[in-house]
Each structure stands twice: as structure tokens, then as C-alpha cells.
Design a protein around this ligand. Structure first.
Ligand SMILES: Cc1ncc(COP(=O)(O)O)c(C=O)c1O
Length: 378
């Protein structure tokens, strides 16, 4: 008999129970000192995050989206600039260049790993150059679903075309590539602490990582209204983009269990791989990498098969989600800025992709139940 309790897609309460004592201690410390803006926990978090991934500098900010925006503002990206990014990603990646007056140029993705396709990026850069209307200026490579993009290839193309390379690592902090944690793969790396991310806070939050002291100083200035060395010294147009001290306290507590949670996520992904790989298309592993498994996405043969599986899982108390039902160049907000290039992989996989629950608090019984429910409906 199946248990009546639905499997949680995400279980922040279970995680909270595991870290309750430390979490309370951290929050109480903030309530005691009352430095709610840029309190000591923010600097401590920045140190710990930089250390975790071996980055030289970390600047904590108000969200992953603001991290992307601050990084682009620091480079002076604006009207006339082409910013290359995958068509198959979350909307924030494309929203930021548009907010700054630049033009997103959508690039297709790999059909097996779902990561941005370096060969297509090179083609798109050449197209933009030949078109003569926009200046190739920046790349936002996304590490999608917890796996890293092919940064060796992306960096080479970016260097050849003189693009600023920004790693949108919102979903994949904790993953590694060629033996190094993500955080140093590009000129700057943006991460998100949205609650459902592998390292999630209790509200919005994000951070920028970079090897460049100059960039880090600019990010600090931009996150506080473009300030200079004193508070009322305004050097540039900035924003209110700071991370709250309370969020930093929560994240410091969550960092104590983060490495173990990454191992738990990998264990579950390995079970899905071995038990489901013969029945559905599982995500191909990016070579020489480890994943943070924010999302475990499978591919079904088509939309009807996906609908059937989703309905079957729902009846069995197993939730699922679709990331992403539309590639960005088909979204009303971005259609007008797209040059009409077909992006066949992004267009195809959005019709048949589906995510299964994957988080560190799934029990072995939950995982077994998910596997059996999938196998019963494909
Ligand atoms: C790929 C990607 N980029 C950027 C963001 C934006 O992060 P945030 O929600 O913290 O602004 C997200 C997630 O929300 C994301 O998944």
C-alpha cells in the first residue's frame, strides 16, 4: 500500500529541523546586535563563500538577479551591446541585459546536458558581428539545473571575441568542473540564495564571486547606491542591492550542512540514473564534473507522454514540475528582441522535459516510491 503522505517536491521544514539549534543561535545573535544592514554576518558569509569555492572575492547582494545586473552595470553594458545567453534558462538571465538597454542574443543548448552549446555560441557571435548592428559585448553562460556549462570552451570563445564572461551559477553553486568548484570559471560568477536553490536562504539573496579586486570594489559600490569611500560620496549610479544581515545569518547556518547535502543530492541522482536510465532520457553528465542537482530533469518522447506521466505521478502523490515550458525567445517579453533565428533544441526539449523531486531530505522510501511511480507510467 502506498503511504498517503505526498512526497514533498522541496522540504525546507525538514532541513530547518536538522539545523534548528545553530539557526536559532545565528538569528538570536543578529537580534542582539541589531546591525540589520551589512552587519558582521554579511562579511563572514562573504569570507566563507569565497573560501568554499576558492574565489578571491565575494560580494553578497540582494538576489541572483541583482547579482547579474550589478555585474553587467560594472562593465557598462548598455544600448548597442549584444549579450549572448542560452534560450533555455530562467527569465532572469535575459531580463537583465534588457533592463540595461542591451540586446539579448539567444543561443541554443545541448540536447543531452541542456547546457549552452559552445559551437552555437561561436556561430551567433559571428552572425552578430556580420550583421554590423550590435557590438558583441558579453556572455552570460548558465550552469543549468546544477551542472556546469562547458566553461573551457565558453571561455575560449569569449576571449577570442573579447566578451565579458559572466557565469550565471544561480542553480549550481557547489558544483565543480575539472576538479574546481564553480566560482572562478568566468570573469565573474553570480549565485542565488532563492529558498529552493541548493544553498537557499529564507528570502531573496545572492552573491558575486570574482578574482578581480577592481571588479569586487565596483560591485560593493554598486550594491550601495554607487557610494565611494564615504556614505554620501556618490560616484556612479548604483542601486540598493545589499543582502540582509538576517539572510546572511541563515545562510551561515545552512553552510554548515551544505557539503553533506550536496552528497545526499548526488546519491539520489545516482539512484535515478541507474533505475530510470533504461526507461526515460536522463540528464547526461557533463564530463569531469560534479553537480549540485538543483533540478533533476528527464526527457519524455513527447508532450502527450509527459502529460500522462505527470498525471500518473500526481495520482501516486509524487509532485513534478516543468522547467521550462517555453524557451525564452518564445516568451512575449522577449519575442520582439529576438532576431528570428531558430533554436531547435530549446524549442524541442521545452515540450517534453520534466523535473522529478530531488532534495537532501528525501528518504530512501520516497526515492523508491518516485522511481516506481515513474516506471509505472512511462
Ligand atoms: C538561471 C537563473 N538565473 C538567475 C536567477 C535569479 O535568481 P534570484 O531569484 O535570486 O533573483 C535564477 C533563479 O531564480 C535562475 O534559476
Amino acid at each position: 500500500m502506498e503511504s498517503a503522505r505526498p512526497v514533498p517536491f522541496l522540504d525546507l521544514k525538514a532541513q530547518q529541523a536538522r539545523i534548528a539549534t545553530d539557526l536559532r543561535r545565528r538569528i538570536d545573535a543578529v537580534l542582539a546586535h541589531c546591525q540589520f544592514i551589512l552587519g558582521p554576518e554579511v562579511a563572514e558569509l562573504e569570507r566563507q563563500l569565497a573560501e568554499f569555492c576558492g574565489a578571491a572575492h565575494c560580494v553578497a547582494v540582494s538576489s541572483g538577479t541583482d547579482a547579474l545586473q550589478i555585474a553587467m552595470m560594472a562593465e557598462g553594458v548598455g544600448p548597442g551591446d549584444a549579450v549572448f545567453l542560452p534560450a533555455f534558462t530562467y527569465t532572469a538571465t535575459a531580463e537583465v541585459p534588457l533592463l540595461l538597454g542591451a540586446t539579448p542574443v539567444f543561443v541554443d543548448v545541448d540536447p543531452h546536458t541542456f547546457q549552452i552549446d559552445p559551437a552555437h555560441l561561436a556561430t551567433r557571435v559571428e552572425q552578430v558581428r556580420a550583421g554590423g548592428k550590435l557590438r558583441p559585448r558579453a556572455l552570460i553562460g548558465v550552469d543549468l539545473f546544477g551542472q556546469p556549462a562547458d566553461w573551457a570552451a565558453l571561455r575560449e570563445i569569449a576571449a577570442r571575441a573579447d566578451l565579458f564572461a559572466l557565469d550565471d551559477c544561480a542553480q549550481s553553486f557547489g558544483a565543480s568542473l575539472h576538479g574546481e568548484k564553480l566560482g572562478r570559471a568566468a570573469d565573474a560568477t553570480a549565485i542565488s540564495f532563492f529558498p529552493s536553490k541548493p544553498l537557499g536562504g529564507y528570502g531573496d539573496g545572492g552573491a558575486l564571486l570574482t578574482e578581480s579586486a577592481e571588479r569586487a570594489a565596483l560591485y560593493r559600490s554598486l550594491r550601495t547606491h554607487g557610494e565611494g569611500t564615504t556614505r554620501y560620496d556618490v560616484l556612479r549610479t548604483g542601486m540598493n542591492g545589499r543582502l540582509d544581515t538576517l539572510q546572511a545569518a541563515v545562510l551561515l547556518s545552512k553552510l554548515t550542512v551544505f557539503a553533506d547535502e550536496l552528497l545526499a543530492r548526488e546519491r539520489i541522482a545516482a539512484v535515478y540514473d541507474s533505475r530510470l536510465g533504461h526507461a526515460v532520457q536522463i540528464p547526461a553528465r557533463v564530463p569531469d564534473s560534479t553537480a549540485a542537482w538543483a533540478i533533476y530533469a528527464i526527457l519524455l518522447p513527447g508532450t502527450a507522454a509527459r502529460d500522462r506521466l505527470q498525471a500518473g505521478l500526481k495520482a501516486a502523490g509524487v509532485p513534478s514540475a516543468i522547467y521550462y515550458p517555453k524557451p525564452l525567445h518564445h516568451q512575449p517579453a522577449y519575442r520582439a528582441s529576438h532576431d528570428g533565428t531558430a533554436l531547435p533544441v530549446s524549442e524541442d526539449i521545452s515540450t517534453r522535459i520534466m523535473a522529478l523531486p530531488l532534495h537532501p531530505d528525501l528518504t530512501d522510501q520516497d526515492v523508491e516510491r518516485i522511481v516506481k511511480a515513474v516506471l509505472a507510467h512511462v
